[in-house]
Design a protein around this ligand. Sequence first.
Ligand code: MN
Length: 358
Amino acid sequence: MSEAVFKRRLRKLSRLLEEKGYDAYVVNTPSSLYYFTGFRGLGSLLICPGESPLLIVPVLDSNKALDEAKGVEVATVPVGEKTIKRVVELLKERKCRRIGFERLSLSQSIFLRRRLRKRFIKEFDDIVWKLRKKKDEGEISLMKEAARLAIIGLQAAVGEARPGMTELELAAEIEYAMRSAGSERHAFDIIVVSGKRTSYPHACPSDKQLSVGEPVTVDLGAYYGGYCSDFTRTFWLEECPEEQEKAYRAVLSAYDSAFKKAREGVPANEIDRAAREKLGKLSRYFVHSLGHGVGIDVHEPPRISPTSKEVLDEGNIITIEPGIYVRGKYGIRVEDTVLILKDKAERLAEFTRELLVI
Ligand SMILES: [Mn+2]
């Protein structure tokens, strides 16, 4: 992404900060540092409206920061010294009075209260998310590539799964396929579960063997240009029990009704509700939110849950992932990463949602 993109983001952040009445803000999560500067690493970005933004990194990362960061000046902190200490010195030098921090650990916040007495300090990240939630063209094209790589992972899963193979072996095949196609790392650890283990929405692949007539759930994400994707499919080996086939169709129609509803202006809790209502009695097995935002982080705002207060906006990229999990029996989930547009939602990449018995 060009320097102009980062400068625009930094300008917008600066403006939001001024509107809130702050004279300094410290961005310090790696994903936001990447969003605002293009630098992938640890550090703090100091924004004071009217002054040029300063990226402060440990000397360990200085070569990388000087090469990658755009639109900011770079300062380094010597070995053995804490970045936060340098940040405090700069805040004092610049005589900042009202200071916002994106995220603080308890120890950092104790340190700051001691060192920045008589100054107003607060932790908040709503201004960051206001910007990061709405993806621009460059981000959308990176995420489409991340989605394409995830589909390569799903194709490998369906293509390689055999009775007798372990969940771990299948996860390794998926990893190999995605990495060789260009995925820089996983968006998160690949989930491969089979049989009764599909009733765990999140679990590590194990040495359990895949068996005929059992469901297999694969949940994976690729990572490209610093952006994630997130897709899930459940499929069966050779045969699918009737009860599970019915349940699959119910999950699919829950997915469809949420997908059809998703567009700009729709409250996030409404599309969650649409999916839950479609599941009817099975909805008591739907034990998580319908979805979440995806971007530089794999789980980020907006939350798509029954209690979410968010309203979908053009440029949001979210997952739609209804699932049901029946203890001791089976679990089913269908998940796509989708882009919210003015009058519809659009999947970032396509992989069949038909009942797959391979
Ligand atoms: Mn997800």
